[in-house]
Design a protein around this ligand. Structure first.
Ligand code: BG6
Length: 512
């Protein structure tokens, strides 16, 4: 078969349902289960992507039994489903949902869990494949994995598979991330570990690879010769909501950069992988992360910015300062905004800065990657009064309003030669309709079919932490004095503008 034939068969093949398996959700009484996991399973069943031989066992300390758990999930689904609920599908799924109450470190509870898995599997003809979703606080990860081993729920010793999905945050810094990797690897093989980064479940993030490597026209200009710099923004309008307790120990840098933003950097900057296989793709991502120039203490002072929001107005509504949020210290020094300038030391990117920024309580919710191209080498039209060649800009909008836009110069109509800026805009919603997915369907499906491409490998997680560790170190010994330094519903502290202004650049205009 020649490569072209192979490609068309791959594209034309209908997706098969997942392998027959049971899914255990640790922390099943929590937010993630109701907001994302159950709606995603419902959507997978709607699309015929869930095996008919399937079961879910919720495991948590919350006081439910199987009946009341099913009832609660039905109510939650009404609130959180991304698609209209199909009653028949829900009934089918609900009959396959069970609940076990227990503490994560109680060996007896794992015996009850094993019994419930056996019962559910017998009732629904489920193959002994098993995956565990750790939707729990990270301090339980190690204990759960050890208990799974003792209960015989982690070992693959027949034709079946056993997998574990681990939620973020994966560690608190480089050292704890390494320790956690070492701990769970005492029980599990790397190929059994699925470290989730929900950004990789987003359609537009996955589209980055198709955009770059499924088209012939972009790759030749995707380098230092044509690209002046890259800006990556992940801005949220919400504050810390009810998560002050966690956020006080994390801050914007830990919360967003070693994981989500590093993924965006690596997918934007990676070399073309030799195949779409999990390790081929992740090898290239990992190389980029390792090629990011390590921050020296001086770099931390000149190339990073931190901010914390004060009170402000969100439309007509006044919103409190971070320090007035629930479970936040009144003199907190936790940053709710971070901006950094990265340099990637390889032949493709040397000399092309990557500016990253992320923050809570920004003026607009918007995650995007903006590729700023170099200007035309000189202005051919300056005698005609059009002396400012447009700087072409390609913006990949991750969310909301998913799409891709290219800005370029065009002649303004009229007898006089004038140049103006125009946009070519592709919108996912216009082209393909609204987003029906929660972002978790793909990740759950991939785990159930054994595809680790969209999950983080141990070396990638550690490279993400290694990137920010020098910043954490300097920031912790040099506490800030000027917090809060931006008003809620603005674009962050003035220093973030200076970070680019020093290089003769500015953050791109954001949608209003
Ligand atoms: C999470 C962070 O990982 O990502 C949150 O802990 C943040 O603080 C969220 O709000 C952002 O995700 P999304 O999909 O809304 O961009």
């Amino acid at each position: 078969m020649n490569p072209a034939e192979h490609k068309s068969t791959v594209e034309a093949a209908p997706a098969r349902p997942s392998d027959s398996c049971a899914m255990v959700i640790f922390g099943a009484g929590g937010d993630l289960t109701k907001r994302k996991l159950i709606p995603a399973l419902h959507n997978l069943a709607l699309d015929n992507l869930l095996s008919r031989q399937f079961a879910v066992i919720g495991f948590a300390t919350t006081a439910f039994d199987t009946e009341s758990f099913r009832g609660k999930l039905r109510k939650d689904l009404k609130e959180f489903s991304s698609r209209p609920i199909d009653d028949e599908i829900w009934e089918w799924l609900a009959r396959r949902i069970y609940y076990v109450r227990g503490a994560f470190d109680d060996a007896d509870a794992y015996k009850r869990l094993a019994a419930s898995i056996a019962e559910a599997s017998a009732e629904h003809g489920v193959h002994p494949n098993l995956f565990h979703y750790l939707a729990v606080a990270p301090r339980f990860f190690g204990a759960i994995v050890r208990q799974l081993e003792v209960a015989g729920l982690a070992k693959e010793d027949g034709g079946q598979w056993r997998r574990v999905i681990v939620e973020k945050p994966f560690g608190h810094d480089l050292e704890t991330a390494r320790a956690l990797n070492a701990e769970i690897k005492q029980v599990l093989d790397e190929r059994q570990i699925y470290r989730i980064d929900h950004y990789l479940g987003k359609e537009t993030v996955q589209n980055l690879m198709v955009f770059r490597f499924g088209n012939g026209i972009f790759e030749p200009i995707w380098n230092r010769r044509y690209i002046d710099h890259v800006q990556i923004t992940a801005a949220e309008t919400v504050g810390v909501e009810q998560r002050g307790g966690y956020y006080e120990t994390a801050g914007a840098l830990r919360d967003m950069v070693p994981n989500h933003l590093s993924q965006l950097v690596s997918l934007t900057a990676m070399e073309p992988p030799f195949s779409f296989g999990a390790d081929a793709v992740r090898d290239e991502q990992s190389k980029v992360l390792h090629a990011i120039q390590a921050f020296t203490p001086e770099d931390v002072l000149s190339k990073t910015v931190r901010g914390q929001y004060g009170e402000g107005m969100h439309g007509t509504e006044s919103v409190p300062a971070y320090r007035a949020e629930p479970r936040v210290a009144p003199d907190s020094r936790t940053e709710t905004y971070a901006a950094l300038k990265l340099t990637i030391d390889n032949w493709r990117w040397a000399g092309v800065p990557f500016y990253l920024r992320t923050g809570k309580r920004m003026a607009k919710r918007c995650t995007e990657i903006a590729i700023q191209f170099r200007r035309a080498p000189f202005s051919l039209f300056r005698r005609a009064g059009a002396d400012n060649p447009t700087q072409n800009r390609l913006v990949i909008r991750i969310q909301p309003d998913e799409g891709i836009a290219l800005t370029f110069g065009a002649k303004m109509p009229g007898t006089i030669m004038r140049q103006g800026e125009v946009h070519m805009d592709f919108s996912y919603a216009d082209q393909f309709g609204g987003p029906p997915s929660t972002g978790y369907e793909r990740l759950l499906y991939d785990c159930m079919t054994g595809d680790q491409t969209l999950f983080q490998r141990a070396d990638m997680v550690e490279a993400g932490w290694a990137l920010i560790q020098p910043i954490l170190d300097v920031w912790s010994v040099l506490p800030v004095r000027n917090f809060p330094n931006y008003a809620a519903s603005t674009w962050g502290p003035a220093e973030a503008n200076e970070l680019l202004a020093r290089d003769g650049r500015a953050w791109g205009k954001m949608p209003r």
